[in-house]
Design a protein around this ligand. Structure first.
Ligand SMILES: C[S@@+](CC[C@H](N)C(=O)[O-])C[C@H]1O[C@@H](n2cnc3c(N)ncnc32)[C@H](O)[C@@H]1O
Length: 357
């Protein structure tokens, strides 16, 4: 058999998502999400490198597939769908940075590169009217995440950050957030180079993660590592490493900043607000090894969870970004919507512009 027909066979066999070939996805995308469709590069999807990814040989993010495939994606999706605005403060800020402070408009196209099942898109759609919300394309390596985003009517695409299926110079913003540490460190340069290729001249990249050694990064490296079934052995970032990555990929006007990125819930009583926030953290991050053996979530259990949470969320005032309204520790207080529980977190964010033609 000649190599060309072998490639054609592989193209025909390869599933893009469970039960959906690349061709079927392309047809569906053209019908349901024509603007995303116009940005897709079918040649890249059908290339050897693209097929290798879709056939599950490389770059698949195992942690975020379903539990029966060894991941913790089912619990993650459930917790996010039940609390769509809990991280709204940080999400709003990421889009302001991607859109360079300009008013949001559907004409602006932004790719949420590590988009999961569409958390950022759902939050932005709740925060903004359609005529003042950017067009958001949710991209992710996990088939379960992308299938779930598509089921919700979100324009979504399965692709690895390191080898994107999008055309050159086609979008205005690229956000890597809430999971950049999942990209292996030796592949981060490739991911940033891809962002540079896909952005239009003048387009902006936003890279968000957490600064190594800070309480927010220790939440992942200590708490998640200890209490999840999957462990969490990933490297976080330093301001220097983020700057270098962006500059080496060709970005200019690189700026590094700390961004206040709290988790906030509202409830009608202080105790409900406290428990809902703690429950969200246990569920979203699948802290299964913290769960009581008898399954009873009593006061002693919630006190124990709170102690673990406080150990990685109590900040000194100088660890907070200047000029934002923030708390320095897990706080429950009355506000205009009832009671609000707020968990402070600080993210490390780098931005850069793709200049040139
Ligand atoms: C922590 S989740 C964040 C999802 C979503 N942004 C949110 O905040 O809820 C990280 C996501 O990154 C995806 N991911 C990890 N490595 C990836 C890669 N190399 N390319 C594309 N997606 C990747 C995972 O599948 C997962 O859905």
């Amino acid at each position: 058999m000649n190599p060309t027909s072998k490639l054609a066979d592989r193209q025909a066999e390869t599933a893009f998502l469970p039960g959906l070939s690349i061709e079927q996805y392309l047809q569906q995308c053209r019908r349901d999400h024509p603007r995303l469709y116009r940005c897709l590069d079918p040649h890249r999807m059908h290339s050897e490198a693209g097929l290798e990814f879709y056939r599950g040989l490389r770059h698949v993010s195992q942690h975020f597939e379903r539990e029966d495939k060894g991941g913790r994606g089912g619990a993650y999706r459930k917790a996010q769908l039940g609390n769509p605005l809990i991280r709204a403060v940080g999400i709003q800020k990421l889009f302001e940075l991607a859109c360079h402070g300009r008013p949001f408009s559907p004409r602006t196209q932004v790719v949420d590169v590590l988009g999961g099942n569409g958390t950022l898109c759902r939050a932005m759609r709740l925060l903004h009217e359609p005529e003042s919300c950017p067009a958001i394309y949710t991209s992710d390596a996990s088939e379960d995440m992308v299938a779930d985003a598509l089921r919700q009517g979100i324009a979504a695409l399965r692709q690895p950050a390191q080898y994107m299926m999008l055309k050159d110079s086609c979008v205005d913003g690229m956000i890597f957030a809430y999971g950049t540490h999942h990209i292996p460190s030796h592949e981060l340069s490739a991911a940033l180079q891809e962002a540079y290729r896909v952005l239009r001249p003048g387009g902006r990249v936003v890279l968000q993660d957490f600064e190594t050694g800070t309480p927010t990064a220790r939440w992942y490296s200590e708490v998640l590592h200890r209490y999840t079934e999957t462990g969490h052995d990933f490297e976080h970032f330093t301001p220097r490493s983020v700057r270098r990555l962006l500059q080496e990929a060709g970005f200019e006007e690189v700026r590094i900043q700390q961004v206040y990125d709290p988790c906030i819930v509202h409830e009608s009583s202080p105790e409900q607000a406290r428990i809902r926030l703690l429950d969200y953290l246990v569920s979203l991050f699948s802290l299964n090894k913290l769960l009581p053996e008898d399954g009873i979530k009593d006061e002693a259990f919630w006190d124990r969870v709170e102690k673990v949470v406080r150990g990685c969320s109590t900040l000194s005032p100088d660890e907070l970004p200047q000029g934002v309204e923030a708390v320095t520790e897990l706080t429950v207080r009355a506000d205009s919507a009832g009671y609000r529980a707020e968990l402070p977190r600080v993210a490390l964010v780098g931005t850069g512009v793709r200049l040139g033609n």
